[in-house]
Design a protein around this ligand. Structure first.
Ligand code: ADP
Length: 257
């Protein structure tokens, strides 16, 4: 069975500062379908935004407040996922990781074993940055990079990133109406990887650059990454079930194709 990591951005999961149940439901429906033929691991953002719905007056710009909101929001997110996946008799498991955990031998061995056990038992692990104790990733929005590292860590075949944008464009599509989507990317330049961050809203922290950094990690390990819309799930649906009509950007080495 192919193993896939699916990363869901905070913009996809929230709308006007609230959790967007409609989109969460649509995602769960699709993931349950993918889960029939794939081992699925989710990397889900959205904890800070979820927590903010409970404490809307707390300034979500300071690190300490973000961490507090995240502590509230993590539990809310996992509960919501479980409620929705219950309709499919699918159990989810929460794993909070710091990048350091992936590097530390003793921690990583234990985490790997736990994830293997979950997958063998048809459970969907939902991984997020342990925001309450980690600060640098929270500020940099590195769930994209975390997702790429997780993909390598669990020896998954590929990573799918669901974003508020339906792919990687030759120009920022929010600023250039003539921007065109790049369907396949084999190589990323230093200039692209070091461009300024362009997050789409106040809860999105990375922007396209952290997605490109994630893609670079996977290109280097001869794995693929597919960037697609989390708003219109046709792109990712077709990627799994009707590849010729997939909408998104596939990052892949020439020799893997
Ligand atoms: P998410 O919260 O889903 O992780 P982000 O808002 O962090 O998403 O990043 C995606 C945003 O990056 C897009 O909505 C767009 O505004 C911006 N962006 C800048 N340049 C590009 C580009 N060349 N192609 C696609 N998106 C771009």
């Amino acid at each position: 069975m192919n193993r896939v990591v699916i990363k869901i951005g905070s913009r996809v999961l929230t709308e006007d500062g609230e959790i967007c149940f409609r989109r969460l439901r649509a995602l769960v429906d699709l993931i349950a379908e993918i889960h029939i033929t794939h081992e699925v691991i989710l990397v889900s953002s959205g904890a800070v935004a979820s927590g903010h719905t409970r404490l809307p007056n707390l300034d979500n710009r300071t690190t300490a407040n973000k961490q507090a909101l995240s502590a509230i929001g993590q539990a809310m997110m996992i509960n919501r996922y479980q409620q929705q996946f219950d309709d499919y008799n699918i159990t989810v498991a929460q794993i909070l990781l710091a990048q350091d955990d992936l590097n530390s031998l003793s921690h990583s061995h234990n985490a790997k074993q736990a994830i293997e056990t979950l997958l063998q038992n048809n459970v969907i692990p939902i991984i997020n940055e342990n925001d309450t104790i980690v600060t640098d990733e929270l500020l940099r929005g590195d769930n994209d990079v975390l997702a790429a590292n997780v993909t390598n860590f669990v020896s998954a075949d590929e990573l799918v990133i669901l974003s508020d944008i339906d792919g990687y464009y030759d120009l920022n599509p929010k600023e250039h109406s003539n921007a065109t989507i790049l369907k396949v990317v084999h190589h990323l330049s230093d200039e692209e990887l070091n461009a300024e961050m362009t997050p789409g809203d106040k809860f999105a922290t990375g922007g396209i650059v952290t997605k490109l950094k994630a893609a670079e990690i996977l290109l280097k390990s001869n794995k693929t990454m597919f960037l697609a819309s989390g708003f219109d799930l046709k792109g990712i649906r077709n990627y799994f079930f009707d590849i010729d009509n997939a909408i998104g950007t596939l990052f892949v080495n020439k020799d893997v194709l």
